[in-house]
Design a protein around this ligand. Sequence first.
Ligand code: ZN
Length: 166
Amino acid sequence: MKKIRCPKCDDFIIFDEKTIDMENVVVFKCQHCGKSFKVKFKRKNKDEEADEPDFGSLVVVENMFAHRQVFKLHLGDNVVGRRNPGDSIDCPIVTTDPSMDREHCVVNVSEKNGNLVFRIRDCNSNTGTFVMNVEVTKKEQRIIHNSDIISLGATTLILKTPGADE
Ligand SMILES: [Zn+2]
């Protein structure tokens, strides 16, 4: 048995993967809210996964509000915030931290001369975005580096860039 989250109400839908066609688009109906949605399952292929480009990740440090989480970044804007049912941001942090906004900050990844550049900006959040304890001011796009510590409310994130030591 497998489970999948309803994109509308966040309820889990449990299904038997043997009874459905994992190769094609599958339509699910949420028992909780009645939402119908389509899912295309990706076949896991270890070789393909290894070739997937790495644009770094954000590691959420475990605290009293959240467990440890890792979010892979992609090129362009990665919106970071508190996970909320129905929202579709890039880095939805599962946390009960009330001081984190649903769209708190954005980490932008770009390529320059073959190197990745990471920039962070605040989304007008209530408690602000801090990098190494220095607040990111309005309209500022601060360049961040591997192992930089980002604080959103009571939550701490660490930037991991590709190829950096674990
Ligand atoms: Zn639902």
